[in-house]
Design a protein around this ligand. Structure first.
Ligand SMILES: CC(=O)N[C@H]1[C@@H](OP(=O)(O)OP(=O)(O)OC[C@H]2O[C@@H](n3ccc(=O)[nH]c3=O)[C@H](O)[C@@H]2O)O[C@H](CO)[C@@H](O)[C@@H]1O
Ligand SMILES: C=C(OP(=O)(O)O)C(=O)O
Length: 430
């Protein structure tokens, strides 16, 4: 199993190219199930989750063709990938596949909308929380679907000739349930209005792609999304939006180590709350033509309290990274997690590097320390693992992060991007 070895202490200086967003690429790829034409996606990141989803979609009948061409080969692995699902050959999403990646459950929306029936395994919980699917089921039921749970699977059918447009307000914001209901409603009869919809940029990116495919969606990016159902969707070409979580992660790494880095191919507007928080912590952040420049001012890292929230709030997917930064602040800060009930697995690993963190319910209290010291640590989930990398970059001596398969789910060529900016980071394969 691979590990990442870091020798801390170096500033980061240079350019880091930002990849396409994992959390946009996954639903966009799943949208290819809605049409028999080709959906071409540009700027698709090279990540374990993307590769796994290609295999899962293949099972349902999607033909995947990856263009050999790499854009700006020296900087990026951004790929253009063609997805064509002439016919759906299998409407079952089996446990063996869905249990490996939660987002694969989202095929339930397109399969049901296009075929009128499907059987999809329940995804189960994961390290960061129980993550139930009740909101997906309520949303699909509102569209007229019959849903039965049988042997760990959802048997879903759309009686009466297909799904029917509806007005439905989610009791809680869910990114995944919004993606699924929006995809399903594109092919429903009549108009659907989704209330309390997720406003995440990845939801808007999916809506823009679906509109390019012939859907009639408006209001995406706000909490009320309206979808006028159409008979069928066509192919389209769409560019995956930049990864705001990768952007924020590297910004936090620079705030941690000091230095001066330009994050390329991204958009500061995707991260207003996170960047405002980082500025208060002492980072200088300025938009550039094609990205954002991050420096740390001379005053060290100031303690700042954060509370995670759905977009446009502070993202839960940056909570662990921000906590790593706060371990070296000049005072006491608090990080409150409101989205997932168990997203603090990084706390005990950060403690191994000398961080002082105590937990009380959903809030972590972090007492900044003058130095961290390298140690062996274990990645527990995707964002927790990169928080250990950030801490390792500032720690004295050697940090070795094991279980980096978590990291490979969501960070493309992390060690290369950091090494080019002066960090000592290498992958050790056994
Ligand atoms: C692939 C992807 O895009 N993953 C992101 C997506 O996950 P995901 O779409 O799974 O997250 P949700 O927005 O659905 O989850 C938000 C909260 O709602 C709860 N919930 C969700 C659905 C449901 O049916 N019932 C229910 O109670 C969840 O357990 C969680 O507590 O949004 C999360 C919140 O920004 C991010 O951390 C993940 O990185
Ligand atoms: C939690 C995440 O992903 P997933 O929803 O796929 O588990 C994430 O991207 O941080």
């Amino acid at each position: 199993m691979d590990r990442i070895r870091i020798v801390g202490g170096n500033e980061l200086n240079g350019i880091i190219p930002i990849s396409g967003a994992k959390n946009a690429a996954l639903p966009l790829m799943i949208a290819s199930l809605l049409t028999s034409d080709t959906l071409t996606l540009e700027n698709v990141p090279h990540l374990a989750d993307v590769e796994l989803l290609m295999r899962i979609l293949g099972n349902h009948g999607v033909d995947v063709a990856v263009n050999g061409r790499r854009e700006r080969q020296e900087d990026s692995y951004a790929r253009t990938i063609h997805f064509t699902c002439r016919t759906i050959v299998d409407t079952t999403a089996p446990y063996e596949l869905v249990s490996k990646m939660r987002a694969s459950f989202w095929v339930i929306g397109p399969l049901l909308a296009r075929e009128g029936h499907c059987r999809v395994s329940l995804p189960g919980g994961c390290a960061i929380g129980t993550r139930p699917v009740d909101l997906f089921l309520e949303g699909l039921a509102a569209l007229g679907a019959n849903l039965e749970i049988d042997g760990g699977y959802i048997n879903a059918t759309a009686p009466n000739g297909g799904l029917i447009g509806t007005r439905y307000t989610f009791p809680k914001v869910s990114v995944g349930a919004t993606h699924v209901m929006m995809m399903a409603a594109t092919l429903a009869r009549g108009t659907t209005v989704i209330g309390n919809a997720a406003r995440e940029p990845e939801v808007a990116d999916l809506a823009n792609c679906l509109n390019a495919m012939g859907a009639k969606i408006s209001g995406h990016g706000t909490s009320t999304i309206t979808i006028e159902g159409v008979q069928s969707l066509s192919g389209a070409r769409h560019r995956v939006l930049p990864d705001r979580i990768e952007t924020g992660t590297y910004a936090m790494a620079v705030a941690m180590t000091g230095g001066d880095v330009v994050l390329e191919n991204t958009d500061a507007a995707l991260l207003e709350t996170a960047f405002e928080t980082l500025r208060r912590a002492g980072a200088e952040i300025s938009p550039t033509n094609n990205g954002v420049r991050v420096r740390r001012n001379g005053a060290g890292i100031r303690p700042v309290d954060v509370v995670t929230d759905p977009f446009p709030g502070f993202p839960t997917d940056l909570q662990a990274q921000f906590m790593a930064l706060m371990t070296r602040s000049s005072g006491i800060s608090h990080v409150t997690e409101t989205i997932f009930e168990n997203r603090f697995m990084h706390v005990q690993e950060l403690a191994r590097l000398g961080a002082k963190i105590s937990l009380s319910g959903q809030t972590a209290k972090i007492e900044g320390v003058p130095r961290l010291k390298g140690a062996p640590v274990m990645a527990t989930d995707l964002r927790a693992s990169v928080s250990l990398v950030i801490a390792g970059l500032a720690a004295e001596g050697e940090t070795v992060v094991s279980r980096v398969y978590h990291l490979d789910r969501g960070f493309e060529r992390l060690e290369e991007k950091l090494t080019r900016c002066g960090a000592i980071v290498e992958r050790v394969s056994e």
